[in-house]
Design a protein around this ligand. Structure first.
Ligand code: NAD
Ligand code: UFG
Length: 351
């Protein structure tokens, strides 16, 4: 526990705090001395996550098994705990599924968030960090992307993230007591360096790192690179991969910022969380090959509909406003993701 940390003894609600990103932030919050209440409906989390966090921190969370769309559960939670700030991870995140089931995405992501914010205000808590996404930039005209670039929802998932940002902007405009930081994540990757917590996707992974991870363990035959004819140096897509432990540190920096501004709320503040560096799909694959010690098989396939050529962040606002910068490079992302995957080839154990 770090003495003098402004997060020590604070009570923080982490919705979705047992998911991939939430589990890393929950662990770091416990290690910073905060008390963490987790609201999670286990739609994409397993009970083992809690045990692992407990083992790594020697502390426990207060767990509320429930749905962010359940007003009664939220009211009970705010009545039982003196929540000082909320980190809102809970939501659905698969672009393809959002196209097939838009109603579900709008219900969980938009209605769930709106209800949460209403119950926060009713309880007198108006400090929130929201998990937004670089997807709000749509197909950006320029890279690196700054926070004042035009925003555009290009699929139901992206529209749901943008709508939640609009809700927070409107709430802050209507009531100056709100401090709402919307962290626009670029491409989260990697795992905790202990190898004990990491991403545990259901079914065939959609995202690059979890897919390569399963090629590395032999569970999948090869990576299909979606497009080799983009206007990028090697023809493959370029993304801003960011280590999840760096991403987690960005959340703690954002929370400290919320608490530092007592009496002078921040209003609505969108902030990019990216490394500010673009790597191509083939560069990422080469990083993985170095991490696992063998060349991983791949073939170049057609482009994936909806993909853009190159997206990476201008991360200077996070540096100036939060004092945060990504510290870990591609090799650390691959090494830590590989450690998690090789030690947990089937993900978390069932109970
Ligand atoms: P995840 O699926 O691993 O975690 C989400 C957690 O929320 C899970 O534990 C799940 O059980 C819980 N949850 C889902 N619906 C819920 C509900 N209705 N009520 C209560 N709990 C619920 O996802 P993640 O990768 O950790 O992402 C966290 C947040 O970050 C999401 O909002 C996501 O949209 C956003 N985000 C993720 C990425 C990424 O690449 N992982 C990128 C940008 C933004
Ligand atoms: N890719 C492959 N093969 C795969 C998977 C991905 O070549 O099997 C490529 C993609 O074409 C892309 C890059 O790897 O060029 C990264 O793809 P991801 O699916 O890992 O990530 P995206 O940048 O497409 O998507 C991420 C988040 C979305 C979010 C989007 C925009 O996963 O939730 O960023 O911010 F909407």
């Amino acid at each position: 526990m770090s003495g003098g940390d402004s997060l020590a003894n604070r009570t923080i609600l982490a919705t979705g705090g047992l998911g991939y990103i939430g589990s890393h932030v929950t662990l770091d919050l416990l290690n910073a001395g905060a008390n963490v209440v987790v609201l999670d409906n286990f739609s994409n989390a397993k009970p083992a996550v809690r045990d692992r966090i407990k083992r790594l921190s020697n502390r426990d969370i207060a767990l509320v098994r429930g749905d962010v769309r359940d007003r009664d559960a939220l009211q009970r939670l705010f009545a039982e705990h003196d929540i000082e700030a909320v980190v809102h991870f809970a939501g659905l995140k698969a672009v393809g599924e959002s196209v097939a089931k838009p109603g579900l995405y709008y219900d969980v992501n938009i209605n769930g968030s709106n209800l949460l914010f209403q119950e926060m205000a009713a309880a007198g808590c108006r400090r929130v960090v929201f998990s937004s996404s670089a997807t709000v930039y749509g197909d950006p005209e320029t890279a690196p992307v700054r926070e004042d670039a035009p925003t555009r929802g290009v699929n139901p998932y992206g529209r749901s993230k943008l709508m939640v940002e609009h809700i927070l902007e409107d709430l802050a405009a209507a009531d100056a007591r709100w401090s709402a930081i919307c962290l626009r994540y670029f491409n989260p990757t990697g795992a905790h360096e202990s190898g004990q917590i990491g991403e545990d996707p259901l079914g065939v992974p959609n995202n690059l790192f979890p897919f390569i991870a399963q090629v590395a363990t032999g569970r999948r035959e090869k990576l299909v690179v979606f497009g080799g004819d983009y206007p990028t140096p090697d023809g493959t897509g370029v993304r801003d991969f960011i280590h999840v432990v760096d991403l987690s540190a960005g959340h703690l920096a954002a929370l400290r910022k919320l608490f530092a501004d007592d009496g002078a709320p921040l209003g609505y503040a969108p902030i990019n969380l990216g490394a500010g560096v673009g790597y191509s799909v083939l560069e990422a694959l080469a990083g993985w090959s170095r991490a696992c010690g063998r060349d991983l098989p791949y073939e170049i396939g057609p482009r994936r509909p909806g993909d853009v050529a190159s997206v990476y962040a201008d991360a200077s606002l996070a540096a100036s406003m939060l004092g945060w910068r990504a510290a870990r490079g591609l090799d650390e992302m691959c090494r830590d993701h590989w450690r998690w995957q090789s030690e947990n080839p089937e993900g978390y154990p069932e109970e």
